[in-house]
Design a protein around this ligand. Structure first.
Ligand code: NAI
Length: 253
């Protein structure tokens, strides 16, 4: 599969926040949303990476800003979303992409409680906090909130116990938010990608090898990795009003 290019003008007049937009799928999403005409706010714990992504968006002629945020800290999430809304003059779509993978190949008997809490904090508490503080901005009647989950914990297990648990929890969170926020004109989706070639995936494969995962299995995953652009083009489509008829969980290869 190769990355599709969203139609120019698909997101004209849309104001899109990409949380986790400094790297991988999030960075590709910033580029795709900008190419589709959106004004973009890039939020990420990596302040320099977020600034660089916003710079790339501005280079194609759209408005863009960047704000540093740790999604596990509620005050930072509230402040960054409010600042993005001020910079963009409102928010129409929040695409929550940020996440971490740790504990690949670690047996449950050896997994520390600290690592469990770290992954759950970023991958489950983070999207909850982003949703909580995004809602007050998504008031136009055609707001969109997309939480990036995974097939792990939804369609299959995961090589990481906390990762699979966090992504299963995120899926339940999005289904619940869809029920609560749909009547208020906010469309909520989980997007579940397959294995994609990003820094997260490369680190995860290295961790799996180091923890003794079968080398042949790791090599097969490596050989079949998809491209961040494949996911970004779908996220961009979901952010558009033209997707109003799509409901629920969306899967990509
Ligand atoms: P990545 O590591 O390239 O990018 C993740 C971004 O999230 C980084 O810019 C990072 O700085 C940011 N981030 C991490 N912790 C943060 C925090 N506490 N606060 C704010 N920002 C934070 O990873 P990738 O692969 O692009 O992953 C994006 C999302 O897609 C993640 O939620 C991941 O679980 C999910 N995913 C990835 C797959 C893959 O194969 N790469 C497959 C399925 C899901």
């Amino acid at each position: 599969m190769t990355g599709g290019t969203p139609a120019a003008g698909l997101l004209a007049d849309r104001r899109v926040v990409v949380v986790g937009g400094a790297s991988g799928i999030g960075l590709a999403t910033v580029r795709a949303a900008a190419a589709a005409g959106a004004a973009v706010a890039v939020l990420d714990a990596d302040a320099g990476g977020a600034a660089g992504a916003a710079e790339q968006a501005r280079a194609v002629g759209v408005r863009a800003c960047a704000h540093a945020v740790d999604v596990t800290v509620e005050a930072q999430v509230a402040e960054a979303l409010d600042a993005a809304a001020v910079d963009l003059g409102g928010v129409d779509a929040v695409l929550h992409v940020a996440g971490i993978m740790r504990g690949q190949g670690t047996d449950v008997a050896d997994l520390s409680e600290q690592l469990w809490h770290q992954v759950i904090a970023v991958n489950l508490t983070g999207p909850f906090l982003v949703a909580k503080h995004a809602v007050r901005h998504l008031t136009g009647g055609d707001g969109v909130l997309v939480l990036v989950g995974s097939k792990a914990g939804v369609l299959a297990g995961s090589g990481s116990v906390p990762y699979g648990a966090s992504k299963g929890g995120l899926h339940g969170l999005a289904l619940t938010l869809a029920r609560q926020l749909g009547p208020r004109g906010i469309r909520v989706h989980t997007l579940c990608p397959g294995d994609i070639d990003t820094p997260l995936m490369r680190r995860s494969l290295d961790e799996a090898r180091a923890n003794g995962t079968d080398g042949g299995q790791v090599a097969r995953i490596e050989a079949a990795l998809g491209h961040p652009e494949d996911v970004a083009s779908v996220l961009t489509l979901l952010a558009a009003p033209v997707s109003a008829g799509i409901a629920g969980t969306v899967y990509t290869g």
